[in-house]
Design a protein around this ligand. Structure first.
Ligand code: CP
Ligand code: NVA
Length: 339
């Protein structure tokens, strides 16, 4: 079992992709594959038997919450959901005190919220592994699922070309930038000037790309960014907590919608389309209807035909959240003495 090589991950938190080396990320993806096979074969993998895991959510979630919950149960642990308003967190009790208390009671903590500083304080004081289920600037567990999905569909990751199109400053853009640069991929962020990545994150990505043999490109020009890519990735134009910027984002990001013309411009007839979800691709949501009524758009970051096309692997990505989150929790907190 690959996990023997991952002893170095034991006891560690995962707040950003900066935390793990290239080898550790690749081993986690391999381990997730093995766990996926075990689940499909009905083989038990209860590496967290008897543990209690706290799942803290200050923002809503479908996939991350479901994946952490199901992963806990499959691994033999009890998941406890602590939602916004359920606990004193940051209101009547400091993040630091809450972290100390939760760490005395739980064996591991997942956190989804706003400021990244909050999860850093949690990790510094909890004395148990803390896993980032999304903050304003990072969404690292999503990228583990994306890597597994790309591998499953087109083999190896190194040297593969991935373009992220859209809000280049958000948590997905920064996480893909770091993760892909670390793995020696060719990562392109295609975004309008005001939404291009933060200088510090870009400098870090360039540094690690130099070490890994990867390549980083940031541009506002769609044609040069998408040319020859293996993967087109996009995310919502307005992330959680930024809802008041909707109109400004629509104006900036309309030319960056993923549609057939963009897929054609890649010149790759097998190009994959990825999206972390949820996505605005039709009028079947409340937000979709409001955007249509106010701005006349029937689709936002991706057209409905691309979303449902054979290029799209978005639901594989969603399922792979389960297997990769399971690998992460097991590798950092599991007991493998039973084999
Ligand atoms: N991709 C993702 O994190 O989805 P949720 O917001 O539903 O958890
Ligand atoms: N950038 C999005 C990701 C959702 C999974 C957000 O933060 O809302």
């Amino acid at each position: 079992m690959t996990v023997k090589n991952m002893a170095a991950l034991y006891g560690r938190s995962f707040l950003t992709l900066k935390d793990f080396s290239q080898e550790e990320i690749c081993e986690l993806v391999d381990f997730a594959k093995a766990l996926k096979d075990m689940k499909k074969a009905g083989k038990p993998h209860r590496y967290l038997e008897g543990q209690n895991i706290a799942l803290l959510f200050d923002k809503p979630s479908t996939r991350t919450r479901s994946a952490f919950t199901a992963a806990c149960v499959d691994l033999g642990a009890h998941p406890e959901h602590l939602g916004k308003g359920d606990i004193q967190f940051g209101k009547k009790e400091s993040v630091r005190d809450t972290a100390t208390v939760l760490g005395r009671i739980f064996d591991g903590i997942q956190y989804r919220g706003f400021e990244h500083r909050t999860i850093e304080t949690l990790a510094a004081n909890a004395n148990v592994p803390v896993w980032n289920g999304l903050t304003d600037i990072y969404h690292p567990t999503q990228v583990l699922a994306d890597f597994l999905t790309i591998e499953e569909n087109i083999g190896h990751l190194k040297t593969r070309r991935l373009v992220y199109v859209g809000d280049g400053r958000n948590n997905m853009a920064t996480s893909l930038l770091i993760g892909c640069a670390k793995l020696g991929m060719d990562i392109r962020i295609c975004a309008p000037g005001p939404l291009q990545p933060d200088e510090e994150i870009l400098a870090y990505a360039n540094r690690i790309a130099d070490e890994s043999g990867g390549r980083v490109m940031v541009t506002a020009d769609v044609a040069s960014a998408v040319k020859g890519v293996d993967v087109i990735y996009t995310d919502v134009w307005v992330s959680m907590g930024e809802e008041e910027q909707l109109e400004e984002r629509i104006n900036l990001l309309r030319p960056y919608q993923v549609n057939w013309a963009m897929l054609d411009a890649t010149g790759n007839q097998d190009v994959l389309f990825l999206h972390c979800l949820p996505a605005h691709h039709d009028l079947e949501t409340e937000v979709g209807k409001i955007v249509y009524e106010k701005y006349g758009l029937t689709e936002m970051e991706v057209t409905d035909d691309v979303f449902h096309s054979s290029h799209s692997v978005v639901f594989d990505q969603a399922e792979n959240r389960l297997h990769t989150i399971k690998a992460l929790m097991a590798a950092t907190n599991g007991d493998f003495s039973g084999g």
